[in-house]
Design a protein around this ligand. Structure first.
Ligand SMILES: O=C(CO)[C@H](O)[C@H](O)COP(=O)(O)O
Length: 234
């Protein structure tokens, strides 16, 4: 089965957690895109939910699917967010931001009572870090911020180079919030919480892609089927 089929299976299973009247955070990326499309089918069949998108791309998809949308200012507390991930570990800590939407994704997740991650089996890892960690930074002072981000990783025991994310045309990738992204190649993050604290303390860092203590349940689709991984208190 292709990775894309697995992503769709995970997205379909996550629909079981959606109830009428829910206020939903809608994630970003190819797996979340399947969820939005499948949710749209339910909405067109009569399901009443309201969604808060985590990116302009998801906003467009959700609008096209007929899902009623709101902003976090209109609906500040959400019941559930369903989103993809780049990596997820057994304690349900995760790396996100491969699609560049980590800032809005984290704000929406933090405003949600529960967050579900949907992913294909390849995203399930013993230890986070093989996927380069996205760090969203303001364009002003990029070079000292990049150096400080590398120093923070070194101090956290996982040194690695930070690279400015670029588009296929070679321009700096710009997020929906007008920021840049540094991708931090670490290999193995032994202490994600320690690294998160150090990155958050760097002036110029807007947000990082470590999601710690936010994910309550993961739907993982693999060749042998779909399984549910839970964190305590889901
Ligand atoms: O964090 C994200 C976007 O910022 C995505 O959820 C993550 O990159 C996974 O994407 P995909 O579902 O396409 O594999």
């Amino acid at each position: 089965m292709s990775a894309d089929s697995l992503k769709r299976e995970a997205a379909a299973r996550a629909l079981d957690f959606v109830e009428p009247g829910m206020r939903l955070g809608l994630g970003t990326g190819s797996t979340a895109k399947h969820f939005v499309a499948l949710l749209g089918e339910r909405v067109r069949a009569g399901l009443d939910v309201v969604g808060v998108p985590t990116s302009e791309a998801t906003r467009a998809d959700a609008e096209a699917a007929g899902i009623r949308l709101a902003t976090l200012d209109e609906v500040p507390a959400l019941d559930l967010t369903v989103d993809g991930a780049d990596e997820i570990a057994p304690d349900l800590s995760a790396i996100k931001g491969g699609g560049g939407a980590l800032l809005r994704e984290k704000i929406v997740a933090a405003a949600s009572a529960r967050m579900i991650v949907i992913a294909d089996e390849a995203k399930w890892v013993d230890t986070l870090g093989r996927f380069p960690l996205p760090v969203e930074v303001v364009p002003f002072g990029l070079t000292p911020t990049l150096r400080a981000v590398e120093a923070a990783a070194q101090a956290a025991g996982c040194p690695g180079p930070a690279r400015l994310r670029r588009t296929a045309e070679g321009h700096a990738f710009v997020t929906d919030g007008g920021h840049f992204i540094l991708d931090l190649a670490l290999g193995r993050i032994a202490d994600p919480a320690g690294l998160a604290d150090r990155l958050a303390a760097v002036p110029g860092v807007v947000e990082h892609g470590l999601f710690i203590g936010l994910v309550r349940l993961a739907v993982i689709a693999g060749a042998s089927g779909v399984r549910i991984e839970t964190a305590p208190s889901f």
